[in-house]
Design a protein around this ligand. Structure first.
Ligand SMILES: *Cc1c(COP(=O)(O)O)cnc(C)c1O
Length: 356
């Protein structure tokens, strides 16, 4: 008998989300983020679903692009962090990939590697996140440098650091810098990520770069008929049940203490399966479709759940840790993190199953 813990990846939900993203993006071009192993959903199976619908796929660095080449018909591939060294630049050039350039040294690397004319260089503007990117003056300098090398396939891109908050001072400052940089040049532009797409930002962005929304884990309201569907379902089943008396404690450190007789269900998923150890008492766990509170510390291989209110529970009862009835972002919130992190750090030992 197999341990009943799995990540079920619903590729039909992924395709639904991609179509919805296309609809939302209207006539803009789409660069779909498949970095981080397609946000933990599996690079190759997801790229195969996404690729036919989009104009390019975005990975963070060259090794991720290399893994992608196993798939057949691919659109353009954009390397978001650009080359780290000459070997990277050669890989980008030899495979005709597109590259973001956040620093002047990367332009030199790409020239040394004889970047072909068909490869787009996306000059990244530091519009205020101050993590990566060129200042406006440096953009001008790099444009000259590219012109003198006859490389004309160039775009301008930037990234929003607080896109969920349309009116925040940070967003407003970033948009102002972005518009100023865009208005004085006539280059293809790329700015909007999932949150910005879902909020309907009205700013210049010929391309959009959705990531999390493709996987149905964008924590933003969408219209009812346009609901994004969660692609990942983290499932397990109850492995043991017991009653404990009032004042007994549960799990490592006895973090949780019963204030009345309590029925405890043990579920075979732990932090070594990608369930966050920081999840607090009260984090919702769905058992037979009913929300029950996590009690006690998350162990490496198991969690414990208060199922006193669930008379029908038995060994083998279905458990959802996150998925369609329990948003990964809800669990993340109880664990002091975000859905992105939970999705992208799944360990290999808990199997993923793809269905369509
Ligand atoms: C990851 C990433 C995206 C996608 O962001 P989401 O919030 O997942 O939509 C877009 N642009 C860049 C530069 C990224 O690194």
């Amino acid at each position: 008998m197999a341990r009943p813990s799995y990540f079920d990846i619903d590729l039909r939900a992924l395709e639904h989300n991609v179509r919805l993203t296309k609809k939302r993006a209207a006539n803009k071009k789409i660069c779909a983020a498949v970095k981080g192993d397609a946000y933990g959903h599996g690079l190759i199976p997801c790229a195969e679903i996404i690729a036919p619908h989009v104009d390019s796929l975005a990975v963070a660095f060259c090794e991720e692009a290399s893994a992608l080449r196993q798939t057949g018909d691919l659109p353009r591939i954009v390397v978001l962090e650009g080359p780290f060294d000459l070997a990277d630049a050669r890989f980008i050039a030899d495979n005709g990939l597109d590259s973001v350039v956040h620093s002047a040294y990367q332009v030199e690397l790409l020239f040394s590697a004889r970047l072909p004319a068909r490869s787009t260089i996306w000059l990244k503007l530091d519009s205020g996140m101050h993590r990566l990117g060129l200042e406006d003056g440096e953009i001008t300098a790099q444009l000259k440098r590219l012109e003198s090398n006859n490389h004309s396939n160039i775009g301008l891109m930037s990234h929003l650091g607080d896109a969920e908050s349309v009116d925040s001072a940070m967003t407003q400052a970033q948009l102002a810098r972005w518009c100023a940089a865009v208005d004085k040049r006539s280059l293809p532009t790329s700015l909007l990520n999932s949150a910005a797409i879902l909020h309907g930002y009205d700013t210049k962005s010929d391309w959009v770069r959705p990531g999390i929304m493709l996987y149905g884990a964008a924590d933003l309201p969408t219209e009812h008929e346009d609901r994004l569907l969660p692609v990942m379902h983290f499932r397990s089943a109850v492995m043991a049940l017991r009653w404990i008396n009032e004042s007994e404690v549960v799990g490592y450190g006895g973090r949780w203490q019963a204030s009345k007789p309590t029925r405890v269900a043990t579920v075979p998923v732990g932090y070594a399966d990608g369930y966050p150890r920081t999840a607090r008492n009260g984090t919702p766990v769905l058992i037979d479709g009913v929300e029950c509170p996590l009690i006690g510390r998350v162990s490496m291989d198991m969690i414990t759940v208060d199922v006193t209110a669930l008379a029908s529970v038995e060994v083998g009862s279905e458990v959802e840790l996150w998925g369609s009835s329990l948003a990964v972002n809800t669990v993340a919130q109880h664990a002091g993190t975000i859905g992105y992190e939970l999705l992208t750090r799944l360990p290999a030992r808990c199997p993923r199953r793809w269905s369509r």
